[in-house]
Write a protein that binds this ligand. Sequence first.
Ligand code: ATP
Ligand code: MG
Length: 373
Amino acid sequence: MNKLKKTAFDRNLPFNALPDLPPPENIIDKEILIKWGLASRALAELNKNIMRIPNPLMLVNTISLQEAQSSTAIENIFTTEDELYKAVSDTIKEDSANPAIKEVLRYREALWGGYNALVKKKVFDKTIAIKIFQQIKNTKQGIRPPQSQVIIKRGQSEFKSGEIIYTPPRGEEIVEKKMNNLFRFLNERNEFDPLLKMVIGHYQFEAIHPFVDGNGRTGRILNLLYLVDQKLLSHPVLYLSKYIINHKNDYYHCLSGVTQRSAWKPWILFMLRAVEGTSQITNQKIDEILAQMDSTHKYANSKLKWYSLELNQALFSQPYVKQKLVGEITGARSRTTLTKYMLQLTELGVLSAHEEGREVFYVNNDLIRILES
Ligand SMILES: Nc1ncnc2c1ncn2[C@@H]1O[C@H](COP(=O)(O)OP(=O)(O)OP(=O)(O)O)[C@@H](O)[C@H]1O
Ligand SMILES: [Mg+2]
């Protein structure tokens, strides 16, 4: 009786009883294995599709922007896509971007910073998590100190606003120990497949809640980087945050289920469905972008002698394009030539020009249609 009292979950108290990983092996049953197979296959197809992209980094750029926007929207930071595209096209200085736009851009930078650190150092450890957090929140802080209390509250939009739904572990060294255990689990060879380890590890990371804020975003970036680390993806292009935001209630409910009832199954199935569905959608987007690039290139190239493959790629690496970029790639020597080029591009409908005050933005509407569909 006494023992039961000690370990029972109370959402208002720090959950120091959070069990270390690995979870019991018997959480993996037949239904999970079937879903795991489907998700793995979809992910493998995505990884193959990435190779078809002439310059993967270019598409990663566009896809990671969407990922950044969705992920940041979970925090209810509202940003219009239009403003966001302008900000990344570099036509406005980053300094003048509004705070919400800055958050989105920081998410993307954090994703890239983490990816570069991983490629260079080839170690997936808690320093990567700390780096991502620091970049997202634009801070020098690290893992939260034992004295600072963090709680997770129900979103304002739901009926009991402000109600505490979870209190993560707290105390001297406890968060550090749990983090070490988590990364040991992710890095060691054990009976769990890497995709399942990502899913299990994501719950654990959120339950540890190592930072004062930004744990959701940091955790979602870690998911992608872990897939890269485990060679399930060559580039971090899985567009997972949109699925999570579209199913936010289920996502939160499943996380709580693991904590309160050790209900791993619904959580694992939820995340595998997310991976499967998102891989398929990302694949479709890649196909559509490649097909559109091909037809844009064929058409523009048949009409304009100076239209190159390289320019075509550049026009599909972000939805808003600067005149300067076109100048650099085409090597247009004079302003008159460049103005003529821009006019020709808009006449053919490759780009459309939008004037705002004294600035002109060139928009790739075909790319936007695909990204936003
Ligand atoms: N019951 C729960 N147990 C553990 N983790 C939870 C629970 N409910 C929510 N979470 C996690 O907490 C995250 C929110 O924490 P935090 O505010 O630190 O992150 P964020 O990045 O600022 O927010 P968001 O994820 O909303 O963008 C959620 O994304 C989710 O992953
Ligand atoms: Mg937050």
